[in-house]
Design a protein around this ligand. Structure first.
Ligand code: MG
Ligand code: ZN
Length: 618
């Protein structure tokens, strides 16, 4: 290892403060289909998009069914394979939003990566638990490499706590949504994603800093490093850099000459397992809530204590959110011991923004003690609207949520200051009773899990400006769907790192787009006067597009010339990448470095490569 490696090693030692969890749902589409139709659980199941199996359940995998296999090949291997059409992503998006929303209970810093992967920065939660606990924490789940972390910055203990949180996250997802997942725990995003894939399915793995270099070095080639996209991989290959070791050993100066200073350093850092990129919040949740379930609470004083605890935790959770809540909602679950039946109800009311004016100044005391007292009084008032304490009561759950967020803007002309002034001259509270979505569900569907507590705004916060939203259930799953999306999104490719390129670009792109949209809306609002936060939110959602990811994915690859353009563009990202790989191998055999269209035209598929299925037989 050269000097640079040593200096990078040193710099990484001082940067283990964060704890990042990468959550990857096991065979996501297949799990969603198995929830919709539990009979499928025991069948080999493949999810079909066009003529390709985009994912399959684990029963099917035992027959050798693989991601991106042709339907014909899948049926040859497993004639009893059950195929479900997966072109309509509506249900997958709904579930994806629920998962992300659930993750927000652990941290506001949640970054979506495709439909089935998320990064969660739990640094604050870890710090909180570190204060509380005196016991020696042990790691939950698997460990990559050995446990002998020598670093004295405290990272080992933090990551152990992180692994316990990851365990909690995964059991929440499983208990509430019935979905199994994998998790990776590390001090940065790169390592968390990489280590997540080392034990699958339904497992979790932690990597300590001392093993990070070994983890990155274990990758097949530099193209497997998340953050090195397809084009960068080609460029590096052109430079004679293929393996991670090649990249370790290559001279930084020549890399800088070829890639530019910033990119060269970034790439060099990545291959040593160094990644300073933050977890970027993807679309802020429309509500932030917490719930606490228990056997029995029947005293008003206990209710007050529990709600106060929830409030304290909630205030911390949204302290870096940057927004001011406009409404507070209290949820209770009452148990009727005679009818042996429990049901939930919620009440919410608007709260004045002045409560939260100083929230940003001190994270530990986001609001003044006086405001907090008033807020608790408000919360108790809501509670009394649902529970008559003059009679005995039996509660099994209490929940608290903030909703109707407004952006915190300090400028005089900003919409927030407008709203703030307006609200503060009104009475402090304007109560209104609402039958929450959860309640409706409870009344209409007794089969629903008793504590589905994903926020009701999930369905509203579905980020697609998609016409599918208004489509009816029965049409959605028609196999004769004549309105197939032009672009198919494939489930994130977990085992292989096919989505690298997407990760590399999409975060930035979608974030910037979103910021632009936000700014645009705020600008519109401030000129056109006051509108409520709800319409602001819904309009933001209408404009927001998670398809940033997809667009990048599609722009990423140019269609090889011997493949039908329409067919190529309709393929899932994974498959495009695989095709490009196959094409490249074919091309490289004729001319290892040339990138000319000539070679593209003459590309010959490798025997048994996926490419042969797509080349027209003319
Ligand atoms: Mg997955
Ligand atoms: Zn450390």
């Amino acid at each position: 290892m050269d000097d640079l490696a040593h200096s990078m090693d040193l710099c990484s030692i001082h940067n283990h403060e964060r704890t990042i969890i990468h959550i990857d749902i096991d065979c996501f589409y297949a799990q969603v289909e198995m929830i919709k139709n539990p009979a499928l659980r025991h069948c080999p199941l493949g999810i079909q998009q066009k003529n390709i199996i985009v994912t399959s359940n684990y029963v099917a995998r035992e027959y050798g069914i693989q991601k991106c296999m042709l339907i014909s090949e899948g049926l040859r291997l497993c004639p009893q394979l059950v195929l479900v059409r997966g072109e309509d992503l509506y249900d997958y998006r709904q579930m994806s939003a629920k998962i992300t929303s659930l993750l927000h209970r652990f941290s506001p810093l949640v970054e979506k990566l495709g439909l089935d992967e998320n990064f969660v920065d739990v640094t604050d939660l870890v710090a909180e638990r570190l204060e509380d606990s005196t016991d020696q924490r042990i790691v939950d789940g698997c460990v990559y490499g050995d446990l002998n972390e020598k670093c004295e910055c405290g990272c080992k203990k933090r990551l152990c706590i992180g692994s316990c949180i990851a365990g909690e996250v995964r059991s929440e997802i499983c208990n509430i949504l019935g979905i199994t997942s994998c998790a990776g725990v590390a001090h940065n995003k790169l390592l968390a994603k990489l280590v997540c894939a080392t034990h699958k399915p339904n497992q979790q793995t932690t990597v300590f800093p001392c093993n990070s270099l070994a983890l990155v070095s274990s990758l097949q080639n530099v193209g497997c490093i998340p953050g090195i996209g397809h084009r960068m991989y080609e460029t590096l290959q052109f430079l004679g850099i293929s393996s991670v070791t090649d990249l370790h050993n290559c001279d930084l100066t020549s890399l800088q000459e070829a890639l530019g200073n910033d990119m060269a350093i970034k790439i060099k850092k990545l291959c040593f397992g160094i990644d300073d990129s933050p977890v970027k919040q993807t679309g802020k949740p429309q509500s932030i809530g917490l719930e606490d379930g228990f056997m029995k609470v029947c005293l008003e004083s206990d209710v007050r204590d529990k709600l106060a605890t929830l409030l304290q935790r909630l205030l911390k959770l949204f302290s870096h959110d940057g927004r001011i809540p406009g409404s507070v909602r209290v949820t209770v679950r009452k148990y009727d011991s005679i009818l042996k039946y429990s049901h939930r109800m919620s009440r919410q009311c608007n709260v004045t923004a002045s409560f939260f004016r100083n929230s940003a100044s001190d994270r530990n005391e986001p609001i003044s003690p006086k405001s907090k007292e008033t807020l608790i009084a408000v919360i108790m008032k809501l509670f009394h609207k649902m529970v008559d304490i003059s009679k005995p009561f039996h509660l099994t759950l209490l929940g608290l949520a903030f909703t109707k967020f407004q952006e915190r803007k300090t400028g005089k002309s900003s919409i927030a200051s407008f709203l703030t002034n307006d609200i503060s001259v009104q009475s402090v509270l304007s109560f209104k009773s609402v039958l929450s979505e959860a309640e409706k569900m409870e009344y209409s569907c007794i089969h629903s899990p008793p504590h589905i507590c994903v926020e009701k705004s999930d369905s509203e916060s579905e980020p697609e400006p998609s016409p599918k939203k208004s489509r009816t259930g029965k049409k959605r799953f028609s196999s004769e769907d004549d309105s197939l999306p032009n672009k198919l999104i494939s489930e994130g490719s977990s085992g292989d790192y096919v989505d690298n390129a997407v990760w590399e670009d999409s975060g930035l792109k979608s974030l910037n787009e979103q910021e632009l949209v936000t700014q645009k809306i705020l600008a519109e609002e401030s000129t056109s006067g006051i509108t409520g936060t709800i319409s602001l939110d819904s309009r933001m959602n209408a404009c927001r597009s998670s398809d940033g990811v997809l667009d990048v994915a599609n722009d990423e690859f140019q269609c090889p010339h011997n493949i039908d353009v329409d067919v190529f563009h309709a393929l899932p990202h994974d498959l495009k990448k695989e095709l490009m790989g196959a094409w490249r191998i074919g091309r490289d055999k004729t001319s290892p470095v040339s990138l000319s269209k000539e070679t593209m035209l003459h590309a010959k598929p490798k025997q048994r490569s996926i490419l042969q299925y797509f080349i027209s037989n003319k």
